[in-house]
Design a protein around this ligand. Structure first.
Ligand code: FBP
Length: 262
């Protein structure tokens, strides 16, 4: 089996990614005059020392190419807008080969676990996972329970099932939403086995609440975070980055980390 080049995405066994695919997923309602500019985000990723920046291929091609090798690139291979209300499937929109040509260090793909389109999603992801691994590229899977059959998308048992599905399907890193249940998250991490668990940041929230959630999931066994809005919607994006890094990489308490948001 080809060696998967995953170490580049980690520092001391932990990781911090900056996610910026929301322009496709949510639209410009997430943005202001600063963060609508991809250059603004890429500079945060570089200055903040992120382990990876998550982009769709258009931004990778038009923007990241000017900063190549300054921050690891994670190319998202599927996606959808929120306009058609087709909530439970996001088709492949970039090939693994294209991601490789763009200089990707990893690829990402959203899996809607429990979706009525699960067979197509699994089929598409299966091919992507095999091709990416043939290139030695790590695969990051957004494991989001979603669809008509899914009641509470944040139910702990369902999130544990989603984590297990990510492991079974061969993802290297999972991105999972945190539901505030710290004890339950230990079970989620257990079910993920050798797949490493990171959490999504979620909508912009209070600094203390946000950092406390991060601290809890790390204590429950997660390896880090793939955060978007809580950083680039922050009025001090590098300040909150410093605080996040204190918690992830230096195991600082929330109270201490908060002092670094200057
Ligand atoms: P945030 O940290 O801003 O929540 O980003 C995480 C993320 O997974 C993005 O990568 C993605 O665009 C978005 O959330 C999708 O979330 P949803 O499907 O719930 O709108």
């Amino acid at each position: 089996m080809k060696q998967i080049k995953i170490n580049k995405l980690f520092t001391k066994g932990r990781t911090l990614f900056l996610a910026y695919d929301q322009g496709l997923e949510h639209g410009p309602s997430d943005f202001n005059l600063d963060n609508a500019d991809p250059d603004y985000i890429i500079k945060i990723a570089i200055k903040g020392g992120y382990n990876g920046l998550i982009l769709q291929k258009g931004l990778a091609e038009h923007y990241h190419s000017h900063y190549s090798k300054k921050v690891p690139l994670i190319v998202k291979l599927n996606g959808k807008t929120s306009i058609p209300q087709i909530k439970s499937i996001a088709r492949e929109i970039c090939s693994v080969k294209k991601a490789v040509d763009l200089g990707a260090d990893a690829v990402g793909y959203t899996i809607y676990v429990g979706s009525e389109h699960e067979p197509e999603i699994f089929n598409e992801f299966g091919k992507i996972q095999e091709e990416a691994h043939n290139y030695g590229l790590p695969v990051i899977a957004w494991m989001y329970p979603r669809g008509k059959a899914v009641g509470d998308e944040l139910n702990t048992n369902l999130l544990a099932y989603a984590a297990r599905v990510g492991l079974e399907l061969g993802a290297d890193i999972l991105k999972i939403k945190y539901n505030g249940d710290k004890e339950g998250f230990k079970w989620i991490v257990k079910c993920a086995g050798k797949a490493k668990v990171s959490i999504a940041g979620g909508h912009k929230t209070d600094d203390k609440e946000f950092l406390s959630g991060l601290k809890n999931v790390l204590e429950a066994g997660a390896v880090g975070m793939a955060v978007g809005r809580n950083v680039w919607q922050h009025n001090k994006p590098l300040g909150i980055t410093r605080a996040i890094k204190k918690i992830i990489f230096e195991n600082k308490k929330v109270k201490e980390a908060l002092k670094f948001i200057r």
